[in-house]
Design a protein around this ligand. Structure first.
Ligand code: SAM
Length: 275
């Protein structure tokens, strides 16, 4: 494939007057080598459908297009649209840009029901809300084949944490009970323009088999109760979940333990007993 020459992203930002908006959580990545490495994390994207949320001036977008992906990008900031349209002209037929709020759009419908990869560098609150949405629900496997998402480092640690880690909680159980989540890359704050206050990291998630006979809703209910009072013993925190204490006893899980010591597999076994 012929890869067109593009001006540096910094020039695109200047020419289109895209001063970073704090309100929209804009911290742009300008290093094309770093962007190419991020775009390579899901494996070869040649001919693959990709959903990118928050393309901004299009740094990651151009790396995805160069990798041969067919990209659908959702951007809320209409100031970025002319720069993205220009980028699309350099890769005919590969880029569709949707102006809107990614939290209000049904991604499966947008991607016309075909499998897709998700790559995104989003503000913290939006990224976490979308992450929870992508990992929730009874229907599994999902239409997405991988998630490659930039988070602030502390959130990335919570997603990949194991039982016993300080960062272990609901987010880890949600990410790991029917998916594989790994910390794929640490990204220094200085890589962004303007640099955010905290360090970042990219998490890579792929769907795994869903354990049979477990209701996602029940697992969510259980982890919500258990981690809602994470320092309390299970016999206290799970008192309000009917049948939970009996299930612990039947499974040989000591009710004096705290949620933060209960492994993902143990939560799944309790949820199964209650489902
Ligand atoms: N992808 C670019 C990069 O890596 O340089 C920009 C990243 S910047 C951290 C986040 C982008 O997400 C901004 O362009 C912002 O306008 C956009 N954004 C913020 N909230 C959004 C939302 N709810 N839906 C879609 N885009 C959003």
């Amino acid at each position: 494939m012929l890869v067109p020459d593009l001006p540096p992203i910094r020039d695109v930002i200047q020419r289109h007057n895209l001063a970073a908006s704090k309100a929209l959580g804009q911290n742009f990545l300008l290093d094309e080598q770093l962007l190419a490495r991020i775009a390579a994390l899901p494996g070869s994207l040649a001919g693959q459908q990709v959903l990118e949320v928050g393309p901004g001036p299009g740094g990651l977008t151009r790396a995805l297009l160069r990798a041969g992906a067919r990209v659908t990008a959702i951007e809320m900031d209409r100031r970025c649209l002319p720069a993205l349209a220009e980028l699309g002209e350099s890769f005919p037929g590969q880029l569709t840009v949707i102006e809107g709020d990614a939290l209000k759009i049904d991604h499966n419908t947008l991607m016309t029901g075909a499998p897709f990869h998700v790559l995104s560098n989003l503000p913290y609150n939006v990224g976490t809300a979308l992450f929870v949405r992508w990992l929730s629900g009874e229907s599994w496997p999902p239409l997405w084949q991988s998630l490659t998402l930039m988070f602030q480092r502390e959130v990335a640690d919570r997603i990949v944490a194991a039982a016993g880690d300080d960062a272990y909680g609901r987010l880890a159980v949600l990410a790991q009970w029917r998916a594989e989540a790994r910390l794929a890359m640490k990204v220094h704050r200085s890589a962004f323009t303007p640099p955010p206050k905290v360090m970042s990291a990219i998490v890579h998630v792929t769907p795994a088999a869903m354990p049979e006979g477990v209701s996602a809703r029940m697992l969510e209910r259980l982890t919500e109760a258990a981690f809602g009072q994470r320092r309390k013993m299970l016999r206290q925190s799970l008192k309000g979940v009917p049948g939970a204490l009996e299930a612990l006893a039947a499974l040989g899980i000591d009710e004096t333990r705290r949620a933060e010591t209960v492994s993902v597999a143990e939560f799944v076994s309790v949820a199964k007993a209650l489902s």
